[in-house]
Design a binder for this molecule. Structure first.
Ligand SMILES: [Zn+2]
Length: 464
């Protein structure tokens, strides 16, 4: 039964509010069917199951899943282009891809049912964040092989909202659309939302009609969320997904889980479609709820490219505390960082998101544009952060005074948060390159000379 009116709080009551026992039974039935299909249709899994001495007949309970092998990004690359496809070609309706720098992209096929399920889960996600039929939704995720644009698009239309497929780039045109159509909802990467916010502010255009921001494809801090909330006067919601698993819509914050700067964000995962584990990266054993580790997902209902125990590389923890919204699913903490993004500086593990948190919580309202530079002096790694000044930074103060006041404060804050000495530099307004869609945040000059990394895109789940 679908409850889709304004008064309802849940899009698909039957699935989203299923009692845990019933949900677990549902998951086990689908997991058994999945493992049987993988055994029959995918040589990679047939070989892996046989090596591990396991298979569908060994699956008596959900906990037996821990005896099954993982699937890694390297496995996906090794089987390029079609080793993981589990259906006949005439059952495939679309391909998306993640564009990796480590050789070929990962191609992800979808059957008709996969596309339908994806739209359903995006509709559920948007509804959970407060989007309703008739809302105008400005969708500034890129359309194309990237799953963001088309993924959101189908869900917006299924929900009965109005899609404005703005895609990425052409910021002036997007500003005009926002000014004229007055959308209630903005979907984009947080970096691009920040770019839109700054451009709107520079042009003196109010964004009063926006109420909901659906931000994903990059990990973002609560501090960045608070900035977007202030600049765009909307409520930011974190949407999670990754192209190997589906695209956006794997999980989202509900209206009860709005951001609070002092609290972790929690996202409902649609457990009738995804079986969730968090594992210890070293021992590869599942961790209890509340402990931080790597998120591992199994697709229960996907047809064209189902994956068993896919290691996402995302750092999170789970909670099963009941949520006031009535949804019964497990919630994951918003992805704090990605293992693949982790920088090792003088033996210390540093996540770029921790650096961002320090910058955005600085009282002088620094950012949003900054860059992390890693270099080597002799045998020692050096970490520097370049932060661009904003138009308002130098109000009633000279640049020298600003530096004198704020550099020691920031150096101390970094030292406190990361346990590392970090050099801080301020740059004039407009000096850092703006990238549509994703932010370019880390420049690693060690070893191979300049190597630029983009902040990670969860939907693409790649190392662009
Ligand atoms: Zn909830």
């Amino acid at each position: 039964m679908r409850l889709q009116g304004d008064s309802a709080s849940v899009w698909n009551e039957k699935r989203e509010s299923m009692p845990r026992a019933e949900l677990n039974e549902f998951q086990l039935v689908h997991l058994r069917a999945l493992v049987s299909r993988l055994e029959s249709n995918v040589q990679f899994y047939r070989d892996k199951f046989s090596q591990a001495g396991t298979g569908a007949d060994k699956l008596k309970a959900l906990s037996d899943l821990s005896e099954f092998p993982f699937t890694t990004k390297a496995d996906l690359r090794s089987q390029y282009p079609s080793g993981f496809i589990a259906v006949q070609q005439n059952e495939i309706r679309r391909f998306h891809a993640s564009s990796g720098t480590k050789g070929k992209p990962t191609l992800v096929p979808y059957s008709q049912a996969d596309l339908g399920n994806w739209a359903e889960l995006v509709a559920r996600s948007l509804f959970a964040a407060g989007v309703r039929p008739g809302d105008i939704v400005h969708n500034a995720y890129g359309y194309g092989l990237f799953t963001g644009g088309l993924g959101l698009h189908a869900g917006i239309e299924l929900l009965g909202a109005i899609s404005v497929p703005a895609s990425g780039g052409k910021t002036q045109q997007q500003i005009t659309l926002i000014q004229d159509l007055k959308p209630r909802v903005l979907c984009s990467t947080p970096s691009y939302a920040m770019k839109l916010a700054c451009t709107l502010e520079e042009m003196g255009i109010p964004s009063n009609d926006l109420q909901i921001g659906i931000f994903g494809a990059e990990p973002w801090t609560n501090e960045l969320g608070e900035s977007l909330k202030t600049l765009l006067q909307l409520e930011p919601f974190d949407i999670y997904g990754l192209s190997e698993i589906m695209g956006p819509g794997v999980a989202i914050q509900c209206e009860q889980q709005r951001i609070r700067s002092d609290a972790a964000r929690h996202l409902h995962i649609w457990e009738d479609h995804f079986l969730v584990e968090v594992i210890d990266r070293k021992t590869e054993k599942p961790l209890p709820d509340g402990e931080e580790g790597e998120l591992v997902l199994t697709t229960l209902q996907k047809e064209a490219m189902p994956l068993l125990r896919f290691r996402t590389g995302d750092v999170t923890r789970l909670t099963r505390e009941p949520c006031a919204c009535g949804r019964t699913s497990v919630r994951m903490e918003s992805v704090r960082a990605r293992y693949d993004d982790m920088l090792i500086i003088r033996g210390v593990n540093v996540y770029p998101s921790e650096i961002e948190r320090v910058i955005f919580s600085h009282p002088a309202s620094l950012g949003p544009h900054y860059r992390i530079i890693i270099s080597k002096q002799g045998a020692l790694d050096q970490l520097a952060v370049e932060i661009e000044l904003s138009e308002n930074s130098l109000y009633m103060i000279t640049e020298e005074q600003f530096k004198e006041q704020h550099i020691p404060h920031l150096v101390n804050a970094f030292k406190g948060a990361l346990g590392l000495s970090i050099e801080v530099q301020f740059l004039p307004v407009g000096s850092l390159e703006r990238v549509d869609g994703k932010s370019q945040r880390v420049v690693d000059l060690r070893d191979t000379g300049p190597k630029v990394g983009l902040a990670q895109t969860s939907f693409e789940n790649n190392r662009v």
